[in-house]
Design a protein around this ligand. Structure first.
Ligand code: GLY
Length: 366
């Protein structure tokens, strides 16, 4: 049981992604990355910490010379440089040095922040990602993107910093709220749409099992998504090209996320943004009407929203254009050239964007 994926950099093995159903192999993974005899700080949030920090701390203490847990309030509002500064302060007080470790125990916010602190504390220390949300397992814990939000701009400050290991315990998915759980499928469906229709079909055929949080189905789907992400980040670790395809659905999705003041979850906004991007692909004649319908239906089967109320389409376009996914002032937009094949386009007009947002805003006058 269990699966391991090795992520390479410059064709050399860089780190392993371990997919298990408990924390039973965590100690072995920690030993493999030379944590034995070093200090470790588990970074977590108030929700995840309450469920798993004690168990993980007990395992880490079997091999580390010292371990403690730094907990911050759960939620996107914590993803700030102020919280990072508190973490630096904590590490300084506990005399953490360059050979010591951070362990990110939580979802995307915890992973991104811990990664960023690890990238910058003493010019870089090791980080182990222990993602506990579906979204973090299939996306944010892999590939070394780290960062924080800055004055309302999402992930505006950050660094690439690869983890030493990624350890997933699928059983942690059982304690996610319904919204958090289904939000992860925003990225999962996206992976199929941009790269692999066989994977998309696998997800579609298993929706019933996935809604029951069946661990066999989850293992297959998490493994499949991690494999897609592995291939993309190996080819393009620093997003010079192909990796930008992972931003499908994110340009408009991020704008909606911001305009809704982070009331919607990231994966929900990715779902809405993906439907808008698929609409634009249909308008250009790349996708058939039935294919667009299939995309919408699949998001809905996994209980994700495909439209949003209470945002002005003009505002979504304006905010999208202030996002960092720009190239010399021109928005860089990811479209589907066909199902399972995404392409990056620099020639998407404001009018096309507006029409795509209107399609998910449900304004009948558009
Ligand atoms: N979440 C997109 C990426 O890792 O590039």
């Amino acid at each position: 049981m269990g699966k391991t994926i090795t992520v390479h950099y410059d064709e050399k093995p860089l780190y392993n992604i371990t997919i298990e159903r408990d924390f039973g192999k965590l100690r072995q993974v920690l030993e493999e990355v030379a944590l034995t005899g070093r200090k470790a700080c588990i970074v977590t949030d108030s929700h995840v910490g309450a469920h798993y920090a004690e168990e993980v701390q007990a395992i880490v203490s079997q091999t580390a010379s010292y371990v403690d847990t730094f907990t911050f309030p759960a939620g996107e509002a914590s993803k700030t440089l102020d919280v990072i500064a508190d973490l630096y302060e904590h590490l300084i007080q506990k005399h953490f040095d360059r050979k010591d470790f951070l362990i990110a125990l939580g979802g995307g916010v915890v992973g991104d922040m811990t990664g960023y602190a690890a990238a910058t504390y003493l010019r870089g220390i090791k980080v182990i990602q222990v993602p506990t949300s579906l979204l973090a397992m299939v996306d944010s814990s892999i590939g070394g993107k780290t960062g924080v939000d800055f004055r309302g701009y999402k992930n505006m400050v950050g660094a690439f910093h690869q983890p030493s290991a990624v350890y997933m315990n699928l059983a942690t998915l059982q304690t996610l709220t319904e919204e958090q759980y289904y939000s992860g499928f925003g990225e999962i469906i996206k992976h199929g749409l941009i790269k692999d229709m066989d994977y998309f079909s696998l997800v579609q055929q298993n929706t019933e099992q996935l809604c029951k949080r069946d661990l066999d189905a989850l293992e297959q789907v998490v493994y499949g998504s991690c494999e897609i992400k592995r291939k993309v980040v190996e080819n393009d670790p620093k997003e010079q090209g192909e990796r930008a395809l992972l931003n499908f659905g994110h340009t408009l999705g991020h704008a909606i996320e911001k305009l809704k003041d982070f009331q919607l979850l990231h994966g929900e906004c990715v779902a809405i943004g993906s439907v808008a991007a698929a609409f634009l692909s249909k308008s250009r004649g790349y996708l058939a009407k039935e294919e667009f319908r299939l995309i919408k239906d699949t998001f809905q089967q996994l209980r994700l929203p495909v439209s949003v109320k209470g945002v002005k389409p003009e505002d979504v376009v304006r905010v999208s254009k202030s996002d960092k996914k720009m190239n010399a002032g021109q928005i860089r937009f990811i479209l589907l050239e066909s199902l399972g094949h995404a392409v990056m386009m620099d020639d998407v007009s404001d009018q096309e964007l507006l029409e795509a947002v209107c399609a998910v805003e449900g304004d009948p006058t558009c």
